[in-house]
Design a protein around this ligand. Sequence first.
Ligand SMILES: Cc1cc2nc3c(=O)[nH]c(=O)nc-3n(C[C@H](O)[C@H](O)[C@H](O)COP(=O)(O)OP(=O)(O)OC[C@H]3O[C@@H](n4cnc5c(N)ncnc54)[C@H](O)[C@@H]3O)c2cc1C
Length: 437
Amino acid sequence: MDQARHQIVIVGGGSAGLELATTLGRKLGKKKLADVILIDASRTHIWKPLLHEVAAGTLDSAEDELEYLAQARWCNFRYRLGRMTGLDRERQEVCLAPTLNEEGVEIIPERRFHYDTLVMAVGSLSNDFGIRGVKQNCLFLDTTAQAERFQRKLLDCMLKAHTQGTPIVQGQLDLAIVGAGATGVELAAQIHHVTRKLANYGLDTIDPDKHIRLHLIEAGPRILPALPERLSQAAERELVRLGVTVHVNQRVVEISKAGVITIEGKIIPAAMKVWAAGIKAPDFLKDIAGLETNRLNQLVVTQNLQTTRDARIFAIGDCAACPLDDTGKTVPPRAQAAHQEASTLARTILRQLKGLPPLDYHYRDYGSLVAMGHYSTVGNLMGGLMRSMMVSGLTARFVYLYLYKMHQAALYGWPRAILITLLRFLRRGVDPQIKLH
Ligand SMILES: Cc1cc2nc3c(=O)[nH]c(=O)nc-3n(C[C@H](O)[C@H](O)[C@H](O)COP(=O)(O)OP(=O)(O)OC[C@H]3O[C@@H](n4cnc5c(N)ncnc54)[C@H](O)[C@@H]3O)c2cc1C
């Protein structure tokens, strides 16, 4: 590698980092104007908003995942496997932990990468707020591996109940989701759909209406607090129609093996518990190398996405705390923000290489959509900028899919994104509608 060439290191190949690496690879890597290196702790990428579908089994992750090595080759950047654990700002180096295989044998030793420009894009994880029993007793949807674990656990519980030879005990298939934001609501609807499908695929001793109770638990006064009230009411009506029990104003104080315990001492029994109540950036970021971080471990950045204490280091996506407006609020942790920040930062880096100043980033809220599986999709479009427009049904479903297509188009270009969509559509015609193993 030519050490004289400007080294751009991007850590985290998610919605934000992978789009950035792809754009910079195409614009700089191809003409050898800079070295673009993407580091990620995983070998493959899947768009995170699809994880609840992976968890429910309505999407096989193998169908939708992208191989970093292949993308790097096609788009002229380098991909390096490894988990970042430290930062040496003096020597401008990122430190990676050794990579172990499934048997715990080291396959890649600890190593360091020099950077001239560093972009942190390591995303976020569920925030358990230190609540007792969450780590030990809950399932999470932060990574593909966790979503796949959830899918297997659900399937195993159903298979066990189907074959156990004794009557199904009340509660053994009950599931509680803590957090009624978009993830919790979408997951509840998907699980409802999938448990009916599994019963249809031969697990017919299970009567989902009788044997499976789904609980959605929210600390605030209504579900989908980020959406207008009318939409959260519409979503709640739909969930209630499906038989989901919605608990609002229920602050959870403990999760035990048996269920969820609220501040009022109410116990909501559930065999499976899912935690989807808020996020934080990974713990290793807290005060990393003297950079400014907030209480959620996010790196505090200025309006142009530069960290406040080091102009060589940028942060984008969920791990960045970027000012939203003058009220002290920060840009929400959403896929559309990650996409917009990646686009702005790509232009900034191209400008900086020409000696031009960085660009400011301003969040544009195009609205929010919540896809309730095969039942309905609700949301608002263009909230914040113009008067927001409520959408539901097919229009909302179409717009929801379009958001994902935009991510695919940023990675592959529109012709390939359309081809992938067509292939997936055709596969759906010959494969089962849900993952059965
Ligand atoms: C189930 C679910 C549903 C969602 N639905 C929606 C939705 O409908 N709409 C919406 O706008 N948003 C949604 N979100 C939020 C959205 O997914 C995130 O805002 C978005 O993915 C953030 O992008 P990112 O690039 O910051 O992080 P991510 O996409 O999470 O990517 C982070 C990357 O960093 C890597 N990484 C992490 N730590 C390290 C490390 N130490 N070293 C190296 N690599 C590391 C990870 O492997 C990962 O590839 C959803 C999230 C979840 C979990």
